[in-house]
Design a protein around this ligand. Structure first.
Ligand code: MF3
Ligand code: CO
Length: 244
C-alpha cells in the first residue's frame, strides 16, 4: 500500500507543476500514464465501469465535482480550479488521491473553497483512530464543511481500498458520530470530501461519467488513501509540502 501510495503521490506532485494555463487535460493524463508505466504499475481507471472510463485520471474543472474525462479539447485557463484524481496500482495494491489545483490567480471564493475542503479532510482524518467509527470521520467532515456554509455531496463517498480501488466500507462525508463500521488496525480506506460552494445537489453528464454541481457553482475535492496503524492514521499518498 505504501509503494502504490508513493507512486500516486509522485503523480500528483508532477500534475501540480504541469497544471498551468494553456495545458489540456489530456496532457495531464499523458503525464500520469507515463509515470505509472515507467514505475511498472498500472492505471486501474482505464476501462473501469460502464461506459468504460477512457483515461488514467479524472480531471474535473470548476463546477465538475468528480469523474471529468481528460480531453485534448479541454484547455486550462487562468482562474480555473481543477481536481486531478489519480488511482495507481503497483505490485497488486492501490493508491487513490485527489487534489484541487488553482490555475494562476483564482477568485478569493474559490481559494477559500479549496483550502477549506482540505481542512475538512484533515478534520475527518483526526477521527481515523482505532476504536472510533466511520461515522466519526463522516460527521467531522460534514461539520467542518457545513460550518462554512458549503454543501456536502452525498451521492458519492470515500471507500475502502486495497487490492481493488473500491472495497468496503463506504466512508460518507456526512453522518452521525458513533455510527457505522468500527475502525480497526490494518484497515485501509480513502477519505475524500467533495464540497460545493453552493447547493449540494449534483447532476450526471451526458458522457455517463461527469458529476457536476446542479447550480453550476464551483466545487472542490481532496482525497488521500489512509491506512490505520497503532500509531494513528497514515496517509500513503501524501507528501508534506510537495503534493499538499
Ligand atoms: N478515484 C475515484 C475515487 O476516488 C474513482 C475513479 S473513477 C474511474 O473513487 F472511473 F476513474 F475509475
Ligand atoms: Co480518487
Amino acid at each position: 500500500m505504501r509503494q502504490a501510495g508513493k507512486l500516486t503521490a509522485i503523480i500528483l506532485r508532477e500534475l501540480r507543476k504541469a497544471a498551468v494555463p494553456g495545458v489540456s487535460t489530456k496532457q495531464l493524463d499523458d503525464i500520469a500514464q507515463m509515470i505509472i508505466k515507467e514505475a511498472g504499475g498500472s492505471a486501474p481507471c482505464v476501462g473501469y465501469g460502464e461506459p468504460p472510463f477512457p483515461a488514467a485520471i479524472c480531471t474535473s474543472i470548476n463546477e465538475v465535482v468528480v469523474h471529468g474525462i481528460p480531453s485534448d479539447r479541454v484547455i486550462l485557463k487562468e482562474g480555473d480550479i481543477i481536481t486531478c484524481d489519480v488511482v495507481a496500482e503497483l505490485n497488486g495494491y492501490m493508491g487513490d488521491a485527489a487534489r484541487t489545483f488553482m490555475i494562476g490567480n483564482v477568485s478569493e471564493n474559490k481559494r477559500l473553497l479549496v483550502e477549506r475542503t482540505k481542512e475538512a479532510f484533515f478534520k475527518g482524518l483526526e477521527k481515523a483512530q482505532i476504536g472510533n467509527r466511520i461515522g466519526d470521520i463522516s460527521n467531522a467532515v460534514q461539520t467542518c464543511a457545513e460550518g462554512y456554509g458549503y454543501g456536502v455531496v452525498r451521492e458519492l463517498t470515500g471507500h475502502g481500498i486495497g487490492r481493488k480501488m473500491h472495497q468496503e466500507p463506504d466512508v460518507p462525508n456526512y453522518g452521525k458520530a458513533g455510527r457505522g463500521h468500527r475502525i480497526l488496525k490494518g484497515m485501509a480506506f480513502c477519505i475524500e470530501p467533495m464540497i460545493t460552494m453552493g447547493q449540494r445537489y449534483v447532476v450526471l453528464g451526458d458522457d455517463g461519467w461527469e458529476v457536476a454541481a446542479a447550480d453550476g457553482l464551483p466545487t472542490a475535492h481532496y482525497e488521500n488513501t489512509v491506512i490505520i496503524t497503532e500509531n494513528g492514521p497514515e496517509m500513503t499518498t501524501y507528501e508534506e509540502g510537495l503534493n499538499g
